[in-house]
Design a protein around this ligand. Structure first.
Ligand SMILES: C[S@@+](CC[C@H](N)C(=O)[O-])C[C@H]1O[C@@H](n2cnc3c(N)ncnc32)[C@H](O)[C@@H]1O
Length: 272
């Protein structure tokens, strides 16, 4: 079995072990599984937060320097893993539904990862214009290019960071930001969103999906360790709208939710 598969089995084994210990202590099986999940999930999240905070953020020399968190480490398993946690095609289609892309539009996907959403966006805008994905992770961009070639997609990918978007002002009709904002420290979120504002055409739109205030107490039980991390805290306590306003957008609206703690937001650049 490959190493990355073994790594992904660890949380399952830890949960099973903890559940077994709870049954030995006399709890019913369902109570034991629930308690094991409540114990293991925050422990894994805390471990992740501590390791990414204390260790170098990337493993590849080509990866661009950013105070954000490029995901070289997850890149090899990312396409396998996303659908398993409810972030498959239906989720991507829902994101695109909010984007309301039309044929001939020019789209940018910031923090595009392996490019699943960017490729769908390219299909939506058709041959008239194009979709471009940017990401600082060399590994993510390599996989995104490989996926696009395999699909014969005309999408483009570029190594770049949201805090310094390598395009002129007023270029894009729509910017997509999917699950990337929580990879940035607070000041970089504002800087990145102001860059998004700059590259949007007047009247252009940002469609953003990211960690938001959890909608039920069970999510709080699992996610509370993220309150200890500056990258995620403000979003979890419900300040995502304010953060987007901070980038310069005046029209900002929450348009949907996904999975209990992800929010879809839409922001429009003023027509000057
Ligand atoms: C969770 S992944 C999301 C990927 C993709 N958008 C999706 O929806 O599956 C977050 C991505 O943000 C990228 N990222 C981290 N810091 C960034 C920065 N400063 N600028 C742009 N992207 C960044 C990471 O490399 C990673 O690919």
């Amino acid at each position: 079995m490959k190493m990355n598969k073994i790594i992904w089995l660890c949380p399952l084994l830890m949960t099973a072990l903890a559940a077994w210990v709870f049954t030995l202590l006399g709890f019913t099986i369902w109570a034991a599984v629930l308690m094991a999940l409540l114990l293991v999930c925050p422990a894994i999240i805390l471990y992740g937060v501590i390791t990414v905070t204390l260790h170098p953020r990337s493993i590849l020399p080509e990866t661009l320097h950013t105070r954000g968190m490029p995901l070289d480490i997850l890149a090899p398993v990312y396409d396998w893993y996303c659908p398993k946690i409810g972030l498959g095609q239906t989720f991507r289609q829902e994101t695109l539904r909010h984007a309301e892309l039309k044929a001939g539009e020019y789209v940018l996907d910031v923090g595009c990862g392996t490019g699943a959403l960017t490729r769908l966006a390219a299909k939506a805008v058709g041959q008239g214009e194009k979709a471009i994905g940017i990401d600082p992770s060399a590994k993510m961009i390599a996989i995104a290019l490989r996926n696009a070639n395999a699909e014969g997609s005309r999408v483009e990918f570029k190594l770049a960071v949201i805090e310094d978007i390598p395009f002129e002002a007023n270029t894009f009709d729509c910017v997509l930001s999917s699950l990337m904002l929580h990879h940035l420290p607070p000041d970089l979120k504002v800087k990145g969103l102001s860059e998004v504002y700059r590259v949007l055409k007047p009247g252009g739109r940002l469609v953003l999906i990211d960690m938001d205030r959890p909608s039920n107490p069970l999510w709080w039980l699992l996610l509370w360790p993220l309150l200890l991390w500056s990258f995620t805290k403000d979003q979890l306590i419900g300040r995502l709208g304010e953060i987007i306003h901070g980038g310069g957008f005046s029209k900002v609206e929450k348009v949907g939710v996904w999975g209990g703690f992800l929010g879809f937001w839409k922001a429009i650049k003023n027509k000057e």
